[in-house]
Design a binder for this molecule. Structure first.
Ligand SMILES: Cc1cc2nc3c(=O)[nH]c(=O)nc-3n(C[C@H](O)[C@H](O)[C@H](O)COP(=O)(O)OP(=O)(O)OC[C@H]3O[C@@H](n4cnc5c(N)ncnc54)[C@H](O)[C@@H]3O)c2cc1C
Length: 415
């Protein structure tokens, strides 16, 4: 009989979902480790715009939707964490802005009235007087309306790095290649009857490993699909909704710091702009919203051409001729919905001792982890498990996972 190490709980995937889950479970004294195939935050989380929505985005139709209600509390929960009073200690994480702006041209004034009619919004949103306009809206050529929305924007890389630093002993770089259900192998390992067998590949060491886990939490984003298939589960099903996110960089004097949504005719903002600092006093503007959703059939070059035109139309008073451009193609990985529609809340599923989760939004991760904790209770997973289940000495030879670069730090050829 061989005895490969057996661990109480294994989390697969080191985006925000896996890391937040690790932090909450470690604080609650569960015996848990996390495996990340590449770098922490290297897929959706690092590519997100870092906006901690409190439902406004979903209320743009003028009526409060179900999703707007479920995420109203998110800015407060994240703020508690940033202040060191919440469920995860984010005191070292950076806030890019305490608020965002919404702007619209005059013709949208009636829509904005409907929008303000919603009670949830009034507490966080205020119309700005022209004398309070900030760059780049403080030019006389800007003749639209500007609103301030008190929902923060975070530096996601610093959020991920803060959690990594606190729990680095439990975060390893290894690709989970296969998961086998207990009892389905005729193995020499005494654990194989009771626990899930996990086949890992450590790229940096070019090494395969076998571990066992009593409970699995799959927070691998798009990677959940293959992991579920490897166990032989047909549910839950996943969907991908692609984006092609334009980005432009220039000296900060040309591209000021700004976090703003331009409202168009649909419920989705025409463009959502977030600003991120780069070395040598440069700023990147990262563009989401309708342009990123509608641009998915375009090449990067075509998307850049579109983004240049659209941005110039929306901000005719600005000069973008000195900017360098690129675009990032990325999929949102979510639970499957009817006709591929947008899910409105985090999804957590459990089959035996396997929990699969998608937060759907970075901002909604705390709700997702609440649901995971409930499922752990329902599955009878114990806190303070006996150390025999977790022998860290076996894991000590494994590579620790590092934090990923951000999308604009990875661009090789700016256009
Ligand atoms: C462009 C973009 C902008 C967004 N902006 C916002 C925003 O402003 N605000 C907001 O609230 N939400 C936003 N979102 C949504 C948000 O980013 C996601 O909901 C969230 O990041 C998903 O986190 P995750 O941890 O589930 O997935 P991911 O961040 O994708 O993490 C999954 C991780 O699992 C790893 N993995 C995969 N397979 C394996 C395996 N077999 N073994 C080990 N590891 C594996 C991957 O390498 C990856 O690191 C945005 C999404 C996108 C794409």
């Amino acid at each position: 009989m061989t005895n490969n190490p057996a661990i109480d709980i294994v989390i697969v995937g080191g985006g925000i979902a896996g890391l937040w889950t690790l932090a909450r479970l470690r604080r609650a004294n569960y015996q848990v480790v996390l495996f990340e195939a590449e770098h922490l935050g290297c897929v959706q989380s690092g590519a997100s715009q870092g906006i901690i929505h409190g439902g406004t985005k979903y209320a743009l139709t003028g009526k409060i939707t179900h999703s707007a209600q479920s995420i109203q509390e998110m800015p407060r929960r994240w703020k508690d964490c940033l202040d060191g009073l919440g469920e995860v200690d984010l005191r070292q994480a950076k806030k890019l802005s305490t608020h965002q702006y919404l702007w619209s041209n005059k013709s949208l004034a009636s829509r904005m009235t409907g929008f303000f009619a919603s009670k949830v919004m009034t507490s966080r949103m205020r119309h700005l007087h022209k004398k309070n306009y900030v760059a780049p809206f403080d030019k006389t050529d800007f003749n639209g309306e500007l609103y301030q929305l008190d929902e923060p924007v975070l530096d996601v890389q610093s959020v991920i790095d803060t959690i990594r630093e606190q729990y680095s002993d439990y975060i390893f770089q290894a690709d989970v290649k296969k998961i086998i259900e207990p009892g389905s192998l005729s193995s020499h390992d005494s654990h194989s009857h009771e626990y899930y067998q996990i086949e890992l590949f450590e790229q940096t060491l070019n090494k395969k490993r076998i571990l066992f886990a009593k409970t699995l939490i799959l927070t691998a984003g798009a990677g959940n699909e293959n992991l579920l298939a490897s166990i032989g589960f047909e549910q839950p099903k996943m969907q991908r909704r692609p984006l092609l996110m334009p980005m432009l960089k220039a000296k900060t004097a040309i591209l000021p710091n700004m976090y703003a949504h331009c409202l168009g005719a649909s419920a989705l903002p025409k463009m959502t702009i977030t600003a991120h600092q780069m070395p040598a006093a440069q700023t990147v503007w990262y563009l989401g919203g309708e342009i990123a959703e509608k641009g998915v059939e375009r090449t990067i070059e075509e998307q850049v051409t579109c983004a240049k035109e659209e941005l110039q139309n929306l901000m005719p008073w600005m000069n973008f001729s000195q900017c360098q451009w690129s675009a990032l193609a990325i999929d949102r990985a979510e639970p499957k919905m009817m006709e591929g529609s947008r899910p409105v809340e985090p999804a957590v599923f459990r089959e035996n001792q396997v929990i699969t989760a998608w937060p759907v939004k970075l901002a909604m991760t705390p709700i997702m982890v609440d649901k995971i904790m409930d499922e752990l209770d329902a599955a009878g997973v114990k806190k303070n498990a006996q150390p025999l289940l977790l022998d860290c000495s076996d894991l000590n030879s494994m590579q620790k996972a590092k934090t990923s670069l951000l999308p604009w730090e990875k661009v090789q050829n700016w256009l």
